[in-house]
Design a protein around this ligand. Structure first.
Ligand code: 13P
Ligand code: ZN
Length: 274
């Protein structure tokens, strides 16, 4: 038995590999964090470093994440390499009692620090934890090509993106009835983009970063990966349909969307419908 044999760690590593196989993680692109359950922290405890790293301030703070533990990908590390050498590419982080600093308690054995987007992940975890009464545990950032391509042609509003995606595949309004948020282009990796994203994540469980990528949240790996996959698949259909050069000749109407919502028992964000 090793740290990497723990069920939740295996699930985390599998998700990194799944994202790599989708082509969403060129080079070191993208990052994944998971907030552990108390019993999962206990499973990890026997394998933690006897000497934890020093506390590092994040530039952001969250009361509801004091003392939590997160699995995180390393900054500059490649998703491609996670399965091969998890101990060098991912880490387990502990958050301090003030909720403003992390320290590494396992992993990144050849050195490094958690993803540069950890401030965004951390604030997103905070708002999603509050919005879902503790159910949200996964924040996932990837660079899928089609959703990024859409940010070059559509107005950068949540309404425009949500409508285009809902209309691109019938399952979309069922999978993300609340729609997707859109963050305008901003410098990645800092507190500003973290705050702008987490502001949107109060309302949405996914947020597009213009000309950069997508953030998704969810209670487990399947649902979060599935959300990323569904949004990117819809974006691919949109890009393909537009690429045929005829424009959109027919689509799923607003009444169709309302009918799906009724039959599948979901509530669509009404202000996004005509
Ligand atoms: P990291 O290598 O620091 O995780 O950064 C990758 C990325 O996607 C930045 O947005
Ligand atoms: Zn990125």
């Amino acid at each position: 038995m090793a740290f990497t044999d723990i069920e939740v760690v295996k699930g985390y590593i599998r998700m990194c590999n799944d994202g790599w196989l989708q082509g969403w993680h060129e080079r070191n692109g993208g990052n994944l964090t998971y907030r552990l359950r108390p019993e999962e922290v206990e499973q990890c405890r026997p394998y933690l470093n006897t000497l934890p790293g020093g506390w590092v301030k994040m530039g952001v703070q969250a009361d509801n994440l004091r003392g939590e533990y997160f699995l995180a990908t390393g900054s500059g590390k490649y998703f491609r390499n996670v399965t091969e050498a998890p101990q060098d590419n991912i880490c387990l982080l502990e958050i301090n009692d003030a909720g403003d600093s992390w320290r590494i308690v396992w992993g990144l054995e050849k050195g490094g620090r958690p993803t540069s987007e950890f401030p965004s992940h951390f604030l997103n975890h905070s708002v999603r934890k509050a919005a879902t009464e503790g159910a949200c545990r996964v924040i996932y950032h990837a660079h899928p090509a089609n959703i990024i391509a859409m940010t070059y042609v559509l107005p950068l509003t949540s309404r425009d993106f949500t409508r285009a995606l809902w209309q691109s595949a019938t399952e979309c309004p069922v999978v993300f009835p609340g729609g997707v948020g859109v963050v305008p282009w901003m410098v990645p990796g800092g507190a500003d983009i973290a705050m702008a994203t987490s502001e949107l994540m109060k309302e949405f469980d996914a947020a597009v970063w213009a000309h950069h990528g997508l953030f998704c949240s969810g209670p487990d790996f399947d649902i979060t990966f599935g959300l990323m996959h569904t949004i990117e698949k819809a974006a691919e259909i949109y890009v393909k349909a537009m690429s045929m050069g005829q424009g959109i000749k027919q689509t799923i109407s607003d009444d169709n969307l309302r009918a799906i919502a009724k039959d599948f028992g979901v509530t669509l964000r009404e202000e996004f419908l005509d």
